[in-house]
Design a protein around this ligand. Structure first.
Ligand SMILES: [Zn+2]
Length: 164
């Protein structure tokens, strides 16, 4: 809304969000971010898994399994789990110092057009770079195709969430 006032959600419109780990004592509203912010390569945020399990997954499962007398809350509390330190929404250190995304561990990188190996800092190999305009057209074409796929997946996601 800061960038585009007309992007304000309409009354009763459902918008995608995720809850992340916040600073101790943070209010829920301070721990809500756009899912794309969480998935960004240099995102400093970490998904608040306990919030989503306790507030969204368990209540939904409980409505089903409650019919046969199961208590999913008790079952989840009794489950052994590792203890992890909490990350703040406003980090004191560099963004995503933990580098928990799997692509950080890839040792090789490939040209996005022809698949040839390239240096870690490059996206396109020298051979494709020399093609100039045709390489540009190919990148734009692929971007358009990926954006269409992303919109299609987002539409499926909204449909499941009742956002239609
Ligand atoms: Zn190439």
């Amino acid at each position: 809304m800061r960038a585009d006032p007309r992007a304000e959600p309409r009354y009763a419109e459902r918008i995608p969000y995720v809850v992340i780990h916040g600073e101790p004592g943070a209010r829920l509203i301070d721990m809500v971010v756009d899912p794309l912010e969480l998935w960004a390569m240099d995102s400093p945020f970490r998904l608040n898994d306990l919030y989503h399990i306790n507030k969204q997954i368990i209540p939904a499962l409980q409505r089903v399994f409650g019919l046969v007398g199961a208590d999913l809350n008790r079952w989840f509390i009794e489950m052994p789990r590792p203890v992890r330190e909490a990350f703040a929404k406003h980090p004191l250190s560099a963004p995503n110092a933990q580098r928990t995304r799997i692509d950080y561990y890839y040792l090789s990188k490939h040209c996005i057009l022809c698949g040839e190996l390239v240096q870690a800092s490059a996206h396109i190999c020298n051979q494709c770079l020399r093609k100039g305009a045709s390489a540009t057209a190919a990148v734009i074409g692929r971007t358009s195709k990926l954006e269409k796929e992303m919109q299609h997946l987002a539409a499926i996601c909204r449909h499941c969430g009742g956002g239609d």
